[in-house]
Design a protein around this ligand. Structure first.
Ligand code: SAM
Length: 472
């Protein structure tokens, strides 16, 4: 029985509701009128339901698809402007007791080199990341109660926040670790994490159980209800996602939106971010073994329709995607990207050779952070290293209400420009610096509020003269 506010996974992600929705969408495939009505509703910028979104995804009329893209671009501009927040993943340990059949960390993989960073190695990795210019990290680890207990994760977070190398600082640590207990979520919250991210992988319970044959992760309900426990533990910024390619995209797209609706209906805050990873080649993993891989054209539509359905959520894309693919989805809705990433454990200090592999997936985008920043500037996006909301306590419903009211534009634009300026001063190549300075100069006049504009100019001057870390 479908119940959006139920505490039970199988009720808020009801299989029959997903199947009915797929049927409803298929029966309206060529119904232009219904699609037009849904788009009309979406133009109020308050989102649409999973059923409505499923109809848009099913639609194969070129002019309506173009309208979908146009609306997604408009929503992106309205809520996020042309800012793109930068982050990097930091892989702590690839020891794992699970048997996920798509993941190279799976316990039976004998060819991957197992590695866990010591606190000293974490220090070295973080210094390397700070020297690139990163301010925001996503911590990643396999699930292993002995190798990677919560105490190890907490100690690592402490180490990361304590390192101040030159002008560097990691100001926000997001966490992508396995589903855990309310008590552990509380500890993570107390450690000062930003967003807790957990991918559902797939919402289809039968398929989920086949894909996770062994280990604690095989418990579908425990995994699916993780965000409810995280919220109970006081983490009000949570990030959801599915690994596209494991299940039919139609099923998981609907499940993902139902999960967002569940969080919004139950806690009054939807997901802070939605990630859209696609399955990649990796050690011991061949994507040819998976029949549901998503083609680019469909992937673009998925991104655009998530943007329309959940206008306030941040959307993340990683270096699993190529530069070309990232360019397309940036305008359709993505608001955060990783750059200069290494997915191997210890990879920022020692880049691995092919034989040494300890990485989670093969990178499609191997450019340096400076190249990515330069590329974003060329595309007229503002690379932002902002972490202000989290540090000002604007998380959960406080962040969401600002965003929903469109108010965030008054602090986000200046914050993006200030953190870009820091990057340009401390880390950029001369070419990137010139492009960035030109963008800052051009955009200062578009800060809407007069006082904010004057303060931004003052802070930019101070950064030029060696001061750091201003925020609105
Ligand atoms: N171990 C934690 C867990 O189980 O949720 C999280 C960390 S895991 C390093 C991060 C994510 O990588 C997984 O949730 C999965 O979606 C993704 N992943 C695993 N194998 C992948 C592959 N072959 N290609 C792309 N992404 C993959």
């Amino acid at each position: 029985m479908y119940n959006v506010t139920s505490k039970k996974a199988e009720e808020f992600i009801s299989d029959s509701e997903i199947r009915d929705t797929m049927e409803y969408a298929a029966s309206n495939r060529n119904n232009r009128e219904v699609a037009k009505q849904i788009l009309e509703k979406a133009r109020a910028f308050k989102g649409i339901s999973h059923r409505e979104a499923a109809v848009l995804l099913e639609c194969d009329q070129p002019d309506i698809i173009e309208e979908i893209y146009e609306l997604a671009r408009e929503i992106k501009r309205r809520f996020y402007g042309n800012r793109i927040v930068m982050f990097a993943p930091l892989y702590l340990s690839n020891y794992c007791v699970n048997g996920c059949v798509y993941c190279p960390y799976h316990a039976k993989n004998k060819t991957i080199r197992r590695k866990k960073l010591s606190q000293e190695e974490i220090r070295q990795e973080v210094i390397a990341l700070q020297d690139m210019g990163h301010k925001r990290l996503a911590l990643e680890a396999g699930e292993h109660p002995l190798q990677n207990p919560i105490e190890y994760i907490l100690e690592s977070i402490k180490t990361i926040y304590s390192i101040k190398h030159k002008n560097g600082a990691i100001r926000r640590v997001n966490i992508n670790i396995a589903a855990t207990t309310v008590e552990n979520y509380r500890k993570l919250k107390e450690a000062g994490i930003g967003t807790y991210i957990l991918f559902q992988e797939t919402y289809n319970k039968t398929n989920y159980e086949a894909l996770h044959p062994t280990g604690p992760k095989k418990d579908y309900a425990y995994h699916t209800e993780a965000m409810d426990r995280a919220m109970e533990g006081g983490i009000d910024d949570v990030g959801i996602g599915v690994l596209f390619g494991l299940e039919t995209y139609k099923y998981d797209f609907i499940g993902l939106l139902m999960h967002a609706e569940h969080l919004e209906a139950t806690f009054g805050v939807g997901p802070h971010t939605i990630s859209v990873p696609r399955l990649c080649m990796a050690d011991d993993i061949d994507t040819a073994d998976f029949e549901n891989c998503v083609p680019d054209e469909i992937f673009h539509r998925i991104v655009a329709i998530i943007r329309i359905a959940v206008p306030y959520t941040g959307m993340i894309i990683s270096t699993r995607e190529s530069a070309k693919s990232r360019e397309k989805v940036l305008e359709l809705g993505i608001s955060q990207i990783s750059g200069g990433s290494r997915t191997s454990v210890g990879g920022y200090v020692n880049e691995e050779s092919e034989e040494e592999n300890s990485s989670q997936f093969d990178l499609s985008d191997r450019r340096t952070l400076d190249e990515i920043v330069g590329w974003l500037l060329d595309l007229d996006h503002i690379p932002s290293f902002c972490t202000a909301c989290y540090r000002e306590g604007r998380t959960g419903d406080r962040f969401m209400s600002l965003l929903k009211n469109g108010q965030i534009a008054n602090c986000c634009l200046p914050n993006a420009l200030l953190t870009l300026k820091e990057y340009l001063k401390d880390y950029a190549s001369e070419e990137t610096r010139q492009k960035g300075e030109a963008m800052i100069k051009r955009l200062i006049p578009s800060i809407p509020n007069e006082k904010a504009r004057a303060n931004a100019v003052k802070y930019l001057d101070a950064i030029e003269n060696g001061e750091r870390d201003f925020r609105f």
